[in-house]
Design a protein around this ligand. Structure first.
Ligand SMILES: Cc1ncc(COP(=O)(O)O)c(C=O)c1O
Length: 126
């Protein structure tokens, strides 16, 4: 994770992960708008997470986001966070333990407005 938006030693961490055959899940909750050697934090590991809690750079009131380039992992994350319900017109069948971690539209709309303010928020925080 990257305290108060200051990127950690990602090269060092990735080297340790390579040496020990570890998967990196990057906690970028505090670092929206931060870059390490020109690449945005949260995009170095297999997955990255961002928080949009009220104490973060931008807020949706609560919730966050997961980033990954792994399509299967993205599909599975979406499945687990939307109650793991199998697609069906009327039946409710859940094939795993899932959760309702959907972000309500009203919160997402707030997030869109906040994103437009991100450059100013970053300047103010810095
Ligand atoms: C580094 C880090 N990870 C995770 C979290 C948790 O985020 P959330 O409140 O969205 O669950 C926080 C929030 O303080 C954080 O600073």
């Amino acid at each position: 994770m990257h305290t108060f938006g200051h990127p950690s030693d990602i090269d060092g961490l990735m080297a340790v992960a390579r040496d020990f055959n570890l998967i990196v899940v990057e906690d970028a909750a505090e670092s929206l708008g931060s870059y390490y050697q020109g690449q945005h934090t949260g995009t170095f590991g297999l997955m990255g997470t961002f928080s949009f809690n009220g104490n973060k750079t931008i807020t949706t009131g609560g919730g966050g986001a997961i980033l990954t380039n792994d399509l299967e992992l993205a599909r599975h994350a979406k499945h687990l966070t939307t109650t793991a319900k199998q697609p069906h017109a009327w039946e409710y069948r859940h094939d795993e333990i899932g959760y309702n971690y959907r972000m309500p539209n009203i919160n997402a709309a707030l997030g869109c407005a906040q994103l437009e303010q991100l450059p100013y928020m970053l300047v103010a925080k810095r």
